[in-house]
Design a protein around this ligand. Structure first.
Ligand code: LMG
Ligand code: NDP
Ligand code: PMR
Length: 393
């Protein structure tokens, strides 16, 4: 015990010394450091709790959240907020990272399965240097999700907003494919991986000093059968959840949530229903207790993204003009990124439990979810079964 206590005291000292040695212009991982304040104190406490890991590496890592921005006028010093975006290596996630980092007010953690692709993507769209960090996350492996959470915590960065954005879509697959734990891959990636991630990071979000701590889970119109788009077959339908209860393994249980035969397009739409139900269940269980705002959104039809990469070439060619000129539901990646960035940071979009959508003139409104995507009983059941599947019970 005495040794542990000494270790803790030593780690506290190392951290303090390190922070003290960070002069106004020192850099860490290429970030400009201009001061510490509350965050630094918070991190020292964190370090002293972690006893034996009292290394100077850790002490260095705790320097990250003190990153601040000095506006050109040199008068005010503003501390950046911090946001994790899953799947920020392309499409909506990348465009959102761009919108947020360009504002100068956000540091974005790009949580991606392909580190190199994410780095290249960040450079290709010109994310400002030092405004982002790439961290490895493969949502198709629960082990990877847990490792990501550990790595993120070790970085010492605070967490103000978590965006569950990544997704896969297998519209032409004849047979299901499976995640590391043996769950059908689209529900595993889009729903179960995010479910575990969000549950684990809830305590980190709760500690955020920001007034606007938010957890956002990207939804979609195609999961909502109260719309035309949601009525294009195959329609989303979770049924009585028998496939999900059985573990979606395709061996002794159906790979589909409702227990039916595999259909890749339906599996995607079902996973989006789970995303929207999960957001509402989070809201009911945790909004009052934590002050975190839980929201979802339909960003518009971003018909050019990598989501359609495995669709037939004819579809990929015709889908964008179809959405642009016929349904008028098309939005550019840039516009969709601005919309999600609004949900992350706009003070007027702080309400919890909302599914945001935008009119054609790009003004946001609180949309109405379909009967199934707002069914409280189903939300509770999806939550409880998902807990079992990801090992949270
Ligand atoms: C399922 O099929 C697949 O089985 C499944 O594997 C998966 O892919 C899933 O949701 C994904 O789809 C759905 C199927 C059912 O839909 C189709 O097959 C329709 C394919 C059409 C794809 C949209 C892009 C094509 C648009 C062509 C338009 C060209 C526009 C160029 C614009 C230029 C402007 C200057 O779908 C149905 O059951 C459909 C039933 C409802 C049909 C309602 C039709 C509404 C009319 C809308 C206008 C469409 C224009 C048609 C033009 C066709 C010309 C090729
Ligand atoms: P993209 O394919 O462009 O982006 C999806 C991202 O998810 C990619 O960065 C991809 O990584 C990442 N990803 C996939 N699998 C994993 C995994 N196992 N672990 C970590 N990351 C993973 O699609 P969009 O930008 O269109 O999709 C983003 C979100 O928007 C999704 O939630 C989608 O459902 C939603 N949405 C999209 C619409 C659209 O019209 N496009 C409409 C409505 C909602 P990698 O780059 O390595 O492949
Ligand atoms: Mg859909 C207002 C009409 C509208 C909108 C907003 C969308 C969005 N779609 C609309 C209409 C139609 N779609 C019509 C009339 C058709 C039949 C021609 C149609 C077909 C269609 C297909 C085949 N649409 C699709 C597909 C896909 O494969 C996409 C999909 O379902 O992915 C799961 C898709 C989409 N339509 C949308 C949006 C946003 C998508 C894809 C992305 C998503 O939901 O995440």
């Amino acid at each position: 015990m005495a040794t542990l206590a000494n270790c803790a005291a030593a780690s506290h000292l190392v951290a303090k010394e390190k922070l003290a040695s960070l002069s106004t212009e020192s850099t860490f991982l290429g970030l400009q450091l201009h001061g510490h304040g509350q965050n630094a104190v918070r991190m020292i406490n964190k370090v002293s709790k972690s006893h034996a890991i009292a290394t100077s590496i850790r002490a260095n890592a705790v320097a990250a959240p003190v990153e601040t921005l000095k506006p050109a006028d040199g008068k005010k010093t503003m501390t950046k907020s911090s946001c994790i975006i899953t799947g920020a290596s392309s499409g909506l996630g990348l465009a959102t990272a761009k919108a947020l980092t360009e504002s100068g007010e956000w540091h974005v953690v790009m949580a991606c399965r392909d580190f190199l692709k994410a780095e290249k993507a960040a450079k290709s769209v010109g994310l400002p240097k030092g405004s982002y960090t790439v961290m490895h996350l493969d949502l198709a492996s629960l082990e990877s999700v847990r490792q990501f959470v550990t790595n993120f915590r070790n970085s010492g960065m605070p967490l103000d907003v978590l965006v569950c954005n990544a997704a896969v879509y297998f519209p032409t697959a004849k047979e299901p494919t499976f995640s590391a734990e043996g769950f059908e891959l689209s529900v595993a990636t889009n729903h179960l991986g995010h479910f575990l991630l969000a549950r684990l990071l809830l305590e980190d979000l709760e500690k955020s000093q920001s007034k606007a701590k938010r957890l956002i889970i990207v939804g979609s119109i195609t999961g909502n059968t109260n719309t035309l788009a949601g009525n294009i077959p195959p329609k989303a339908n979770l049924g009585d959840l028998r496939g999900l209860s059985g573990g979606l393994n395709g061996v002794n249980a159906s790979p589909m949530i409702d227990g039916g035969a595999f259909d890749g397009a339906k599996a995607y739409k079902d996973s989006k229903v789970c995303n929207m139900l999960t957001m509402q269940e989070f809201h009911r269980r945790y909004h009052e207790k934590t002050g975190i705002a839980f929201t979802s959104l339909y960003p518009g039809c971003i018909a050019t993204t990598g989501l359609f990469r495995s669709h037939i070439p004819l579809f990929r060619t015709l889908f964008p003009p179809f959405q642009k000129y016929i349904t008028k539901g098309f939005v550019s990646e840039e516009e969709s990124g601005k919309r999600l960035a609004q949900v992350v940071s706009d003070p007027s979009l702080s309400k919890s439990g909302v599914y945001w959508s935008w009119n054609n003139d790009s003004s946001s409104f609180e949309n109405v979810l379909s009967e199934e995507a707002s069914n409280q009983d189903k939300a509770k059941k999806v939550w409880e079964i998902s807990e079992k599947l990801v090992g949270l019970e």
